[in-house]
Design a protein around this ligand. Structure first.
Ligand SMILES: [Mg+2]
Length: 216
């Protein structure tokens, strides 16, 4: 592996136990949407943030003037569910230690998550002391799998993509890393198994993020 100057970490399923109730969030958004317009089947398979964006467009077409109301309420709903989830959640063993060790090795660290800041801070209140940049969805123009999310974090860390690695549990972490131009590392502590991360094109797959110092 080339010298790595910065590591970007996904949060849920990578540094913290996966505690986001995606099924409940999708259902809550679909239920809300049905108050504004009829809900087409093809929207039901979207990830929740994309579902809200698509819903806003639909409400605009079918019920113009109500789209911002829908959008705001949908975000309040999912933020509520995420924050409730993080109340029950906890960091994976070794998270603080690995971040500390990377700092001692002068490797910068960043968090790249689609989750909201309130949920992250609730679970990891001292995150700013351990990471050099925390880019939740509020702080990027487009979220993963769009590479802009990672490039925003790399910009904050003043590091080029080819000197950085993206670490995550979901195929979209790998996809986003590849498109941004980072080295990509899949971990098996969350959403995906080995095959899904390999098929997404991960350069390396390890059991857990806490093992990073051993492979750098
Ligand atoms: Mg994740």
């Amino acid at each position: 592996m080339m010298p790595i100057k910065a590591i970007l970490f996904d949060f849920d399923g990578t540094l913290a136990e996966l505690n986001v109730d995606f099924i409940r969030m999708r259902k809550a958004v679909l239920d809300l949407m049905s108050n504004y317009c009829s809900v087409p089947d093809n929207i039901k398979d979207c990830y929740v943030l994309e579902m809200i964006d698509a819903g806003k467009e639909l409400v605009f077409k079918n019920n113009p003037g109500r789209e911002n109301d829908f959008f705001k309420k949908a975000h309040e709903l999912i933020c509520h569910i995420e924050t409730a989830g993080s109340k029950k959640g906890r960091l994976l063993a070794g998270t603080r230690e690995v971040l500390q060790l990377l700092r001692e090795k002068r490797v910068k660290t960043g968090i790249v998550t689609r989750n909201c800041m309130a949920a992250i801070k609730q679970l990891f209140p001292d995150i700013d002391l351990h990471c050099d940049a925390v880019i939740t969805r509020e702080f990027t123009t487009q979220v993963k799998p769009h590479p802009i999310h990672l490039l925003t974090a790399l910009d904050a860390l003043d590091t080029d993509a080819h000197s950085a690695a993206m670490v995550g549990d979901h195929p979209m972490d790998i996809t986003a890393g590849r498109e941004a131009g980072t080295y990509t590392i899949g971990v098996l502590t969350g959403y995906s198994g080995f095959a899904a991360l390999r098929d997404a094109g991960a350069d390396m797959i390890i059991e857990k993020a806490a093992d990073i110092p051993q492979v750098l």
